[in-house]
Design a binder for this molecule. Structure first.
Ligand code: BG6
Length: 484
């Protein structure tokens, strides 16, 4: 990491995202020595009128009860909280931002006796509707001082728009204020350990290179399930739905990493160039290959409209029109209030030609990458059933992270991504053209849902989702494994 003064500004500091994700991630970075007390200051900014101590108490309250509770780190927590200052102000008037700039500048003056740097990171833990005005305020009032070396960077969270045109409008507005190199669009799936492992797996293992194509792979599934509903987020969710909330961003980012060609190098631009090509090769979605669902009881949430048409479940089959993937369905499935919480990638291989063991019915080779919970990779294989008989069964080669890497703590996605923004590494962030290409794929379908032309099917909370989704999966060629 570069040294010198670093100011991290969390806008929306009194909100939920800041409390649950941003501040805990900052604390973990602090504990691991990535944020040095003699260089860093953290500024919370929001409209609520509270004192520094009130904000610190909120953060302390959350950090000392949640999972990975930091009680045993209470000394460190107190030191961390001392780095935080709070500034209150509105999101669209110069006064608050002038005050914020004054605080940041004072901090820089006090820390900069030798180095003379100004590194300013603005984290927008805010609804996207205020991004343009907040970015304008930062641009007008809070840019780093011209006589200091350093940078100003902006971190934004999805949803980046609601469809192609609104996303482009937002991108244009932000693009007029900041260079693309200054804008970090977070998709937290890109910060997950096993998502980051995908390129290594594919391009550092000879084993996979000749197999990873239409000659050997029959179909690919990318699945996200949650075993809870919208839980207090009904208002937000009802406006967006599962395709905008999960599929267009998180699952599409995973798809890109599974399907892309080998990048020229590991430079962020080279990687993102290849991801864009995948997105641009996806054919228009056919309505025959879409199943939508809405769990029963979804509309009981008072913040959800009574005649809501919003899907809480979707299965969509995509086809990538290129030399590697022509004819291989990519099945994206996401749902809330299902029977389990899991995110995984399933790569199913084709049948072996000339099946002399008559083992075809037992299932196919399948390579599963479980992103969560309990990170793991396993390969389903057919083996001889141990014993005197010559018969076969399905078994697994299994790499479970908890077992194999005992004692290694897997960092939270947000922790990694914030560190990347400080380091200036955009590899795991979404570039403007990626965003555009992903919206191009889903916008026609989303408009049909918004117009009520497509209706979600009801499904029971705690179930697998609508049965029609399993039928679609079968039609796409997925074969369930038996006999393990
Ligand atoms: C968020 C969605 O982006 O991801 C939520 O808005 C969802 O609806 C969450 O619950 C899932 O994240 P994770 O890391 O728990 O899979």
């Amino acid at each position: 990491l570069e040294s010198g003064c670093l100011s991290i500004v969390v806008l929306g500091a009194s909100g939920d995202l800041a409390k649950k994700k941003t501040f805990p991630a900052l604390f973990n970075l602090f504990r691991q020595g990535f944020l040095q007390a003699n260089e860093v200051h953290i500024f919370g900014y929001a409209r609520t009128k509270i004192s520094d101590d009130e904000l610190r108490d909120r953060i302390r309250g959350y950090l000392s009860q949640g999972k990975g509770a930091s009680v045993e780190h209470s000394d460190e927590l107190s030191k961390f909280l001392q780095l935080i200052k709070y500034v209150s102000g509105s999101y669209d008037s110069g006064d608050g931002f002038t005050l914020l700039n004054k605080e940041i500048s004072e901090h820089e003056l006090s820390k900069n006796s030798q180095s003379g740097t100004s590194r300013r990171l603005f984290y927008l833990a805010l609804p996207p509707s205020v991004y343009p005005s907040v970015c304008k305020m930062i641009r007008n009032y809070c840019m780093n001082q011209s006589d200091l070396t350093g940078w100003t960077r902006i971190v934004v969270e999805k949803p980046f728009g609601k469809d192609l045109s609104s996303a482009e409008e937002l991108s244009t507005q932000l693009g007029e204020l900041f260079d693309e190199q200054q804008i970090y669009r977070i998709d937290h799936y890109l910060g997950k350990e096993l998502v980051q492992n995908l390129l290594v797996l594919r391009f550092a293992n000879r084993l996979f290179l000749p197999l990873w194509n239409r000659d050997n792979i029959d179909n690919v599934q990318i699945v996200f399930r949650e075993d809870f509903g919208t839980e207090g987020r009904g208002g937000y969710f009802d406006e967006y739905g599962i395709i905008r909330d999960i599929i267009q961003n998180h699952l599409m980012q995973v798809l890109c990493l599974v399907a892309m060609e080998k990048p020229v190098s590991l430079k962020p631009e080279h990687i993102r160039d290849e991801k864009v090509k995948v997105l641009q090769s996806v054919l228009p979605i056919s309505l025959e290959e879409v199943v939508l669902g809405q769990y029963e009881g979804y509309k009981d949430d008072p913040t959800v409209s009574n005649n809501s048409n919003t899907p809480t479940f979707a299965t969509v089959v995509l086809h990538i029109h290129n030399e590697r993937w022509e004819g291989v369905p990519f099945i994206l499935k996401a749902g809330k209030a299902l029977n389990s919480r899991k995110a995984e990638i399933r790569v199913q291989f084709k049948d072996v030609p000339g099946d002399i063991f008559k083992c075809k019915k037992q299932g196919r080779n399948e390579f599963v990458i479980r992103l969560q919970p309990s990170e793991a990779m396993y390969m389903k294989l057919t083996v001889k059933k141990p014993g005197l008989e010559m018969s076969t069964i399905q078994s697994e080669l299994d790499l479970s992270y908890a077992q194999r890497y005992q004692g290694v703590t897997i960092p939270e996605a947000y922790e990694r991504l914030i560190l990347d923004t400080i380091r200036g590494d955009q590899q795991h962030f979404v570039r403007r053209d990626e965003l555009k290409a992903a919206w191009e794929i889903f916008t026609p379908l989303l408009h049909k849902i918004d117009n009520g032309e497509l209706k979600p099917l009801p499904y029971k909370p705690g179930s697998r989702g609508p049965g029609q989704a399993d039928e679609l999966l079968e039609r796409a060629g997925y074969v369930q494994t038996h006999g393990y």
